[in-house]
Design a protein around this ligand. Structure first.
Ligand code: ZN
Length: 144
């Protein structure tokens, strides 16, 4: 084999990862690759002896101090939307209660339309709450 081992293979070998058979055979016979492997082994040994880098301050405490306190999440927007939905449904039933039976002859059609309307209000409420939360969090991230 005329090609020498790649740096990646030599780094794997320096990390005591078994090489494929052909690469291991080449490494056994090639002085140049053995020298490069020895260099990587010395580099890895020296790197392992270096002290772990550390900040001069407590990074975790600094970051945690800047984070907002967790408060109990109350989906107030969802509550408002639910009250609105219930109000609309209640008003609808109160005003058109007698006519409802005649208008919606098929119960499944009326029920399906009602469910779709309620689900739409709920999804809209959740989207509004999500948007409000996103804006709140983005304003907290602006460390101005
Ligand atoms: Zn070689």
């Amino acid at each position: 084999m005329t090609l020498h081992l790649s740096d990646y293979d030599l780094q794997l070998a320096a990390d005591a990862v078994p090489l494929p058979t052909a690469a291991a055979a080449h490494l056994h016979d090639c002085r140049r690759c053995q020298a490069r492997l020895a260099t990587y082994q010395q580099l890895f040994t020296a790197t392992a002896r270096l002290p772990q880098p550390a900040f001069e301050f407590d990074l975790a405490a600094t970051v945690l101090a800047r984070l907002p306190r967790a408060k109990p999440a109350f989906p107030w927007v969802l509550g408002i939307v639910a009250v609105l939905v219930l109000g609309v449904v209640g008003a609808f039933v109160a005003l058109l209660g007698g006519v409802l039976g005649q208008v919606f002859q098929g119960l499944s059609t009326g029920l399906g339309a009602g469910l779709v309307a309620v689900a739409s209000f709920i999804v809209a409420g959740q989207c509004l709450e999500l948007l409000a939360r996103y804006r709140r969090q983005m304003s907290l991230l602006a460390f101005s």
